[in-house]
Design a protein around this ligand. Sequence first.
Ligand code: AHR
Length: 503
Amino acid sequence: MKARVAVHRDFRISTIDERLYSAFIEHMGRAIYSGIYEPGHPQADANGFRKDVLKFVQDLKVPAIRYPGGNFVSAYNWEDGIGPKDQRPVRLDLAWRSKETNQVGIDDFAIWAEQAGIDMMLAVNLGSRGLEDARNFLEYVNFPGGTTWSDKRRANGRQDPYDVKMWCLGNEMDGPWQIGHKVATEYGRLANETAKAFKGFDPTIETVVCGSSNDGMPTYPEWEREVLEECYENVDYISLHKYFGNKSNDTLNYFGKIEETGRYIQTIGGVIDYVKAKKRAKNDVHICFDEWNVWYHVREDDNRRIKEWDWPEAPALLEENYNFEDALFVAGLLNEFIRRSDRVRIACIAQLVNVIAPIRAEKGGPAWRQTIYYPYQFASLYGRGDALNIAVDAGTYDCRVADDVSYLDVAGVHDKEGGMLTLFIVNRHLTEAADLDVELNGFASPSLSEHLAMEGYDLNQTNGPTAPDRVVPGKGSGVGVEDGRLKGKLKPLSYHVLRLSVA
Ligand code: AHR
């Protein structure tokens, strides 16, 4: 397959907000308990946090983390998680039919996030609760001292405020499954009042209002319009969520869902523009794609198990084992976020540890990295700078969810300060190698400084606790710069990170 690509340093889409590579972690399953936190584990530190898991997280350079939920947040009392651990209540987590011991709460999580070098992005409960508890939480987290809640924080050992700048106004409020589910106008008004109060407290706070839970919801995209009409001027982002899978075992259609996601982003972009115009508003609202990942391997089993179980504590839940095909999918989806980075400023892989996650931690055992860890890591490490608008001519295919899907999926990021151009490429063709020919315009003496590749694996191959490094990236070969053009062969079903020095 001939694959012609044209890159020009001046064809810029946008400067990428590094929060495009953020993550999400929820109090559910074994994400927190026996995920990041397992007192008594040989790798646990003095606070009970697992150092092996932390190291894998640090290696990802995650800029921000959304916490504590998810569906969980819609019936969560944040005060249950503060103060002496032996006095914290055990509660029923209605979202996941589990018991929540509250051994990790905001002050504990903040310690972990600080160690990991990650900014917190906190969600407030607008399901079972509302503005009153949200503002108390804000005061506890962000006020220096001398008030009821800030003094409680100080008494609990944290003197300085956390100064959290990003606040999510509830979670998936359009979903009938959500505790405290609301209709759009009802939620939009509550979100507006909450956002207004938060910005009144500190105008530099950024707020994220809930969009649809996914683009298959019956109320999509009308939900977004109605919600934004209530709160446009007081919000900075609207959230999008989408989970993916290949249940029909149709690889090309699976990859086509990336194209479909582009349409989802474009549609919400249109709704944002419409409401902005209708309101004669000055401010911009961007997209916060704060839940995305592959979730289908264990989904049906979990749905069945959850109905049958008797409120367990930190049960194994949503523990997907990702294969090589999923890694190719995640690489492509991250490419789409880069290509749409003018609209999508923040995106969160959902989730980070154990629950639909790139990192797994066995209870009492080792931590290991899934196949999808690597494309996420490479995008986070090397995908910072200007996203470039790249022309690709490599042949296309039609599938159930999209037409004209390119066999070659390419995103490019120019890090001007570092003098690097990084191309992220997936050859989605099932059988043919791509005969790559990249025109590099406007770059001074480009040379290939690194080529990382994931290739040659069976699509179903996975990693696991006893074979943690079965599917890993290696050094790529067969690509080089000739007469200012990048040329070479990319195997069918392969992923490449091509790093060019362009100083
Ligand atoms: O990430 C798992 C769940 O998926 C979250 O709790 C919810 O927001 C979404 O439906």
